[in-house]
Design a protein around this ligand. Structure first.
Ligand code: UD1
Length: 418
């Protein structure tokens, strides 16, 4: 069991470079199997979720390697169209292979990913949409078999909620479909635009990504491509929050600041000074953080649910009371019980968390419940004067590349024990 030992209480200072986006990398890696030739992907972070995705690609028959900092995929040898249950369980977002494998082989067999630490995570929207594209679906006790031996056919798909994963699955599945697909009420996250850029680099015809209606004109085949994934806005915001909670001055380079607009607004409301350059954000924390207006998580361009835990941690040190409302995932407050060990004063009532800022947090031993909740605990430990331990950091490794090394660039004292 790995853990972090953190000697907190010092203001963080320095520059760090933001990693590539996890949430872009996973669908892009899955979509690479549509290509007739070699795919070169740059800026893919080293994460356990990426390793799990590469394992699935290898199982399906792709050759994958890391070369000069890029991931190189040769999908020409695809021979399987099933994803075994153990690989599905390793990473819940493996459902992103649904559209890709179906489009490539005319068939896919996988297991429903089931609920996870942050919520139920049903995949009904994915399945309904794939059905609209003409696939036949058998869903028996969690095992899902989709077939479309003659290929998929374009359709108009109206999502009842702008699900990120369902939008991505339809975009990937419909690239090689006969005719035109229109996704209405599509998710607008930057990762959707990144996926569209990658699909188009392979020769697909995707337009409207980043808007509510995405149109995909099916093409006969896709070809080799090179693509660099966008910076990880969630990891970037977490690093800025580390500067804020410790009263420090930090700069995160290699970012696309526009992707962080709703988060930057909260940092500013909390009294942080922000300097934005074309690809970096500098945060200068105030002497004492201030409470902010109610933060409500929403689909992009709203405030991201993934940044709710790190920002909640920051607000635990703000003068006054802040309120967070989590509208996306129903179980996203599990970390709050652990945050309280640091002396945070937070009450949770259903989807609402009421945070009474404390002047100080105290060192504690805490257990990571999930990926972003784990990041919130690391932030609390960085701000608490003394030695804290955070265990079960395998959750953190799913989404933060070598977090201890990145934070060390800010002179944080953090050590991993395996
Ligand atoms: C993606 C991100 C995740 C982020 C989330 C919301 C990846 C790998 N993960 O997850 O980090 O927190 O977007 O920005 O990119 N829903 C249904 N039925 C469905 C699909 C979704 O009810 O078929 C619900 C979910 O339970 C959830 C909400 O819709 O309550 C949002 O889910 P969705 O946008 O699909 O998130 P993911 O793609 O799973």
């Amino acid at each position: 069991m790995s853990s972090f030992t953190i000697f907190g209480g010092r203001a963080l200072r320095g520059d760090a470079v933001c990693q590539g986006s996890k949430n872009s990398s996973l669908p892009i890696l899955a979509a690479s199997i549509l290509s007739g030739g070699e795919i070169i992907l740059e800026n893919i972070p080293r994460l356990s979720d990426v390793d799990a995705t590469l394992k699935i690609l290898n199982y399906l028959g792709c050759k994958t390697k890391r070369e000069n900092g890029a991931v190189v995929i040769d999908p020409s040898g695809i021979s399987a169209s099933d994803i075994p249950e153990n690989l599905m369980r390793e990473m819940r977002s493996s459902v992103i292979f649904l559209g890709a494998v179906l489009a490539r082989t005319g068939r896919v067999e996988l297991f429903s990913p089931g609920g996870c630490e942050i919520g139920l995570r049903p995949i009904d929207l994915h399945l309904e949409a794939i059905k609209k594209l003409g696939a036949e679906i058998i869903d028996a006790e969690g095992k899902i078999v989709c077939t479309a031996p003659e290929g998929l056919t374009g359709a108009v798909i109206s999502l009842s909620f702008p699900s990120v994963g369902a939008t991505e699955n339809v975009m990937i599945a419909s690239c090689l479909a006969h005719g035109r697909t229109e996704i209405r009420n599509a998710a607008r996250e930057p990762e959707i635009s990144d996926l569209a850029d990658f699909l188009n680099a392979m020769g697909a015809k995707v337009s409207g990504a980043g808007e509510s209606t995405v149109v995909i004109e099916g093409v006969k085949r896709l070809h080799s491509a090179t693509h660099s994934v966008i910076p990880d806005r969630i990891a970037g915001a977490t690093l800025l929050a580390a500067g804020a909670i410790t009263g420090g001055v930090v700069r995160v380079n290699g970012l696309i600041p526009a992707h962080l607009a709703p988060v930057i607004d909260i940092f500013e409301q909390a009294g942080n000074e922000i300097e934005i350059k074309s690809d970096s954000v500098l945060l200068r924390a105030p002497k004492r953080l201030k409470s902010v207006k109610t933060v409500r998580t929403m689909p992009y361009p709203g405030f991201p649910t993934d940044i709710q835990p790190p920002i909640a941690a920051m607000l635990c040190k703000a003068e006054g009371t802040s309120v967070m409302i989590e509208t996306i995932f129903e179980s996203r407050y599990k970390y709050i019980g652990e945050l309280i060990r640091f002396g945070a004063k937070v009450r949770v009532d259903g989807r609402m968390a009421v945070i009474d800022g404390a002047e100080k947090l105290y060192p504690a031993n805490a257990v990571t419940p999930d990926l972003r909740g784990g990041a919130a605990l690391v932030l609390a430990a960085l701000s608490a004067a003394g030695e804290s331990t955070i265990t079960e950091i395998k959750h953190i490794d799913r989404g933060y590349e070598n977090l201890e090394r990145t934070l060390s660039a800010f002179s944080a004292e953090i050590k991993r024990t395996d």
